[in-house]
Design a protein around this ligand. Structure first.
Ligand code: PMP
Length: 351
């Protein structure tokens, strides 16, 4: 081995879901929104004056930060934005998880958390979800270097009550608690109001799911002014221009179309509830999801086998070859027509 090998920061990277290119495929594998972004977003991008690209974007991303502050009724100083919530979460790990004590997160959760912990050399302990795939709040009442969990959790879709989240935050006044609300708009109650009450809380959200803008890469976090200042200090020590000009305009345009946002959410949650019923009728079981995906398993058909059979028909869902969840499939809620085809395939496969 060459000498330089011993000085390389070696990591096992996160594996993003597949982005297949097959035409006519049904893509239910990465929790994208099946509907387009708001027409206002499309217009903002079309009307963007490309000559402006000569200039650096506003490093403070004020158009977007101010639009978020207005929409969510907080001060602009309580908002930090980044290139998708992945970027925002990575910045949060780097900024706030610097204790020698381990950070805590569930054993079944977003599989990027352990990757960031490893890349930043943050010790961590995972806490098992219970047999119903629920977070046990009491598990988080122990010494630690920080707490993070998604709400609803992914890939389970299970929502934790706000009162339980508040209990976790209350029990951890000396560390930062991050609630990752990537899927909150599909039926959860946000922990956002709690940032006024707890100075150790960060609430992370994204434009990737509920706002149909995964391709734009916009994430944001709410917290008290001091936390946001610390995040900005780290950002400016890393890369001042994280958000490009087109994306800033598109993001602000999305926030200006509340009606379209609500309409899209309504369509997805209605399809999800219909799917819960239809899949149950086919014998599937699943935890009660409040997100834009279902985490399903069947008593007789192994998940891996079904995953491969679906794939052959260009119906893509997500399979995790991991302990405790290797007999489950995560299925994103698509358009009604797509879900009908998915169900039709299952009916044929199961009979
Ligand atoms: N958190 C959770 C729980 C997720 O599932 C995802 C999507 N992979 C993200 C954060 C990151 O989403 P994005 O970077 O697109 O905002």
């Amino acid at each position: 081995m060459s000498n330089w090998e011993s000085n390389v920061r070696k990591v096992v990277p996160y594996t993003p879901g597949e982005q297949p290119k097959a035409s006519g495929m049904i893509k239910l594998n990465t929790n994208e929104n099946p509907y387009p972004p708001s027409p206002k977003v499309i217009r903002a991008i079309r009307e963007f004056d490309a000559e402006k690209l000569r200039l650096y974007p506003d490093p403070t991303a004020s158009v977007l930060v101010n639009a978020l502050a207005e929409r969510y009724e907080v001060k602009p100083e309580q908002v930090f934005v980044g290139v998708g919530s992945d970027d925002v979460l990575a910045m949060c790990f780097l900024t706030f998880f610097n204790s020698k004590k381990p950070i805590l997160f569930p054993d079944i959760t977003y599989s990027f958390y352990d990757v960031w912990a490893d890349v930043f050399r943050i010790p961590y302990v995972t806490l098992p979800l219970d047999e119903h795939l629920c977070i046990q709040k009491e598990d988080y009442y122990r010494e630690n270097g920080g707490v993070i969990f998604p709400n609803p959790n992914a890939p389970t879709g299970v929502l934790l009550e706000l009162s339980e989240i508040e209990d976790i935050i209350k029990h951890n006044p000396d560390v930062i608690c991050i609630v990752d609300e990537a899927y909150i708009d599909f039926g959860g109650v946000s922990a956002l109001p709690l940032i006024e009450k707890y100075d150790n809380l960060l609430v992370v959200q994204t434009f990737s799911k509920s706002r149909s803008m995964a391709g734009s890469r916009i994430g944001y976090v709410f917290g008290n002014e001091r936390l946001i200042k610390y995040l900005n200090d780290v950002k400016y020590s890393f890369n001042s221009y994280t958000m490009d000009q087109v994306t800033l305009a598109a993001g602000a345009a999305s926030l200006a179309d509340e009606e379209y946002f609500q309409e899209t959410l309504h369509k997805i949650t209605a399809t999800r509830e219909r799917m819960k019923k239809e899949l149950s009728e086919l014998g599937f079981t699943m935890p009660d999801s409040k997100s834009n995906f279902l985490f399903i398993s069947h008593p007789t058909v192994p998940a891996k086998e079904l995953f491969e059979a679906l794939r052959e028909k260009h119906i893509y869902v997500r399979y995790f070859d991991k302990p405790r969840i290797d007999n489950m499939l995560r299925v994103t809620i698509g358009r009604d027509e797509e879900m009908d085809q998915f169900i039709a395939f299952l009916k044929e496969y199961l009979c």
